[in-house]
Each structure stands twice: as C-alpha cells, then as structure tokens.
Design a protein around this ligand. Structure first.
Ligand code: SF4
Ligand code: SF4
Length: 367
C-alpha cells in the first residue's frame, strides 16, 4: 500500500517565525490585523463615551459636544442579536435598542453561507488573538499540542452543546412577550456597558478564567474557537450549506501533505477532494502553501467560479462593508437609547450595591 509523506513541524527561530507568520498568507494577516485595529478603535471610542457620561458635568452635557457611541460595540452582544432576530421575525420590525447586534449576526451568518466561516479567520478579533497566541506557542516551543483524536472530537462537541443551549433558551423557550420584555429590560438596554465593564472592571475569577484560556490557546491551536465558541459553531452550521469550498484536484496533487500541516483546523485537506467541514474557516492557508498551483483551489460551485486569494479577501471585506453600509443608510444601525438614559443607567451601575455580571460588587444599588 502506498504511504503518504507527512511533513512534521520543526522548531524555528524568531526570524523564521516572523517570516512564517507573514509569509503564509500576508493578505489575510493584514486584513485580520486591520479588523483588530478597528475593534480596538471602537473600544476606545466606547470607553471615551462612557467616561464622558460617567464624569461630565451637566453643563458639558448641555453643550452637546460629548463623544458619540460607536454602534459597532453591539458586535459583542450576540445574545441580544439572537433575541432581536426572533423579535424581528415575530413583529416584523427591527428593535431599536440594539439593532446593530441583529444586523451583524445576520451579516456574519450570510458571510458564512457565502464564503465559509471566513468571519472567524478574517474578521473576528477573538480569532485573531487566538491565532497570535498559538503562533507565539509555536515560536516558543517549536510546536503546538494536538489532543488525541477521541479527546479532540469530544471537546469539539462542547461548542455545539453551548450553541444548542442558547438556541433552545432563545428560539424555543422564550415567547414573544418575554422576548419584548427582555429587549426593553434595563439590563439589555445597556448590555453594551455591562459587556464593557465585564472586561474593564474584571473580577478576579473572570481574570483567572481568561488567563487559563490564554495559556491553553498558547499550547493548543485556536483552543477557544475550536472547542468553546458557540458563535463559531452556529456559523459553522451555515458554512456547511455554502456553495464555496476548498477543492483538491487529485490528478495534479503530489501528495506532499503541506496543506494538512498548514491547516489551523487540523483538517485532512490532503486526503479530501472537497473540504466541507464546519471547522473550515476559509483561511486559505492550505492554498497558500500548496506547491502545485492548480492542485488546491477555492471554488463557488453555483457560480462555476474559482477565486484567487486576493479576490476571496476582497469579497470578505466587500460583504462586510456592504452589510454595514446598507444598515446605516436604511436606519438599522444606530440605537435609540438616549445619552440621558445612559447617564442614568451608569449612575445605577456605579452605585455601591450594584453587582456586576462578572460577580464583582461595585460601589452601589441594584436595578
Ligand atoms: S481547509 Fe484550508 S481554508 Fe479550510 S481551515 Fe484548513 S487551511 Fe483554512
Ligand atoms: S493539495 Fe497541494 S499541498 Fe496538499 S498534498 Fe496536494 S500538492 Fe501538497
């Protein structure tokens, strides 16, 4: 029986590590870094908005020159997005508390259907940080750990369990009245502040949990994305329906195994004809390392079209920009929670008896 030669990763110096990081797919590395910068900028804008309304005098507020709230923060509210989506289906109207959360959820679902789970490897800031961490681990130790197959499959099911829990809790258990009640609840109206404070005023327990996740991400490729992220699990299901997939041409493939070694999701690309796995994030690293140009391609079967890496990258960015642009033009982006309400709710949150979602008791009263 013919055996395939599988390339094993070798220990590397820092020059080779930098070259390898930038060299594998520099277009994706650049776009991923640009989206991470965008998220950091949104975080800084939101921080300024909250600081202004936490500390500004009534005269400053009346002058009306305070910072604006960036609606993009709602990308961090997937539960509000899911609840808002059900509300939209029931009422036929998009809620005005967190409309951008619904828009972004739908946009990323559509992107996953069109271009596989490209949100995870091109746009998501958590995906970018996960990748930086395992690449750091590979640089430090020369390799990352691969759990035994039975353990890997068992752990991968965790994210689907979490996803089904959220889908059951929202789509099945909540009726129209409880959906409306949640959307208009004081908690949800400033869920963006709660999410920000979870990280900015992080509890000791949450900080330790994040540290453990970060350490595991250094040792195991994409630990969070691969095993725990319910959002990625949901997008993966839609990506299974995608007409776009990585295709290997067995006739021109020289069976070098480089694609399988490069695949961050550990997929056996070198043994597949079409990669349909929900774990494929459309990162295109496999195509980048393939030494035989026509052997591995990304193709949309419904269009009969093969895409180059720059064309795929442009499509990911274009779909994102068109989705956000359309939401802005049609008034489905900005929320209707007023600055006065934010100031009022911030006073509540900062009062001595308030309990933060992370478990830390701040300085004040409950809702
Ligand atoms: S199969 Fe290719 S595109 Fe899909 S995750 Fe693996 S390396 Fe990325
Ligand atoms: S598809 Fe390309 S990288 Fe993968 S085994 Fe064949 S020749 Fe090697």
């Amino acid at each position: 029986m013919e055996t395939k030669r599988v390339l094993k990763p070798k220990p590397m110096g820092w020059r080779r590590a930098i070259r390898r990081y930038l060299g594998v797919n520099p277009i994706r590395s650049g776009i991923q870094a640009a989206f991470l910068m965008l998220i950091l900028w949104i975080g800084v804008e939101f921080h300024d908005f909250l600081e202004f309304h936490r500390h500004a005098s009534p005269e400053d507020v009346l002058a009306g020159d305070g910072p604006m709230r960036p609606p993009g923060v709602e990308g961090f509210l997937p539960i509000s997005g899911l609840i808002g989506l059900k509300d939209w289906i029931i009422r036929g109207a998009l809620n005005d508390v967190h409309p951008a959360a619904v828009v972004l959820l739908l946009l990323f679902v559509a992107l996953s259907w069109m271009l596989r789970k490209s949100f995870c490897s091109w746009i998501c800031p958590v995906g970018a940080l996960s990748e930086y961490l395992w690449k750091l681990g590979r640089f430090l130790f020369g390799r990352t750990l691969s759990p035994w197959r039975w353990l890997d499959i068992s752990l991968r099911s965790l994210k689907y369990l979490l996803m089904f829990f959220f889908l059951y809790a929202v789509l099945w258990s909540m009726d129209g009245a409880s959906i409306r009640s949640f959307i208009e609840s004081p908690y949800n109206r400033v869920a963006d502040v709660k999410m920000y404070d979870f990280f900015a005023r992080i509890s000791a327990f949450a900080a330790k949990a994040l540290l453990v996740l970060a350490l595991l991400s250094v040792l195991i490729k994409n630990f969070w994305c691969r095993y725990l992220c319910p959002y990625g699990a949901l997008l993966g299901l839609f990506s299974r329906l995608s007409p776009t997939a990585i295709r290997r041409d067995p006739a021109s493939c020289i069976e070098c195994g480089k694609c399988a070694v490069a695949c961050p999701s550990g997929l056996p690309v070198d043994c597949s004809v079409v990669v349909r796995s929900a774990e494929c994030t459309g990162c295109l690293d496999c195509i980048t390392v393939c030494p035989v140009t026509p052997a591995l391609q990304v193709r949309t079967s419904s269009l009969g079209q093969t895409h180059s890496i720059p064309a795929f990258a442009a499509a990911v960015v274009l779909v994102f920009l068109l989705g956000v642009g359309l939401a802005r033009i049609t008034g489905h982006w900005q929320n209707s929670v007023t600055a006065e309400e934010y100031r009022y709710r911030l006073k509540e949150i900062d009062s001595p008896l308030y309990t933060h979602p992370g478990g830390r008791v701040a300085h004040g009263a409950s809702e």
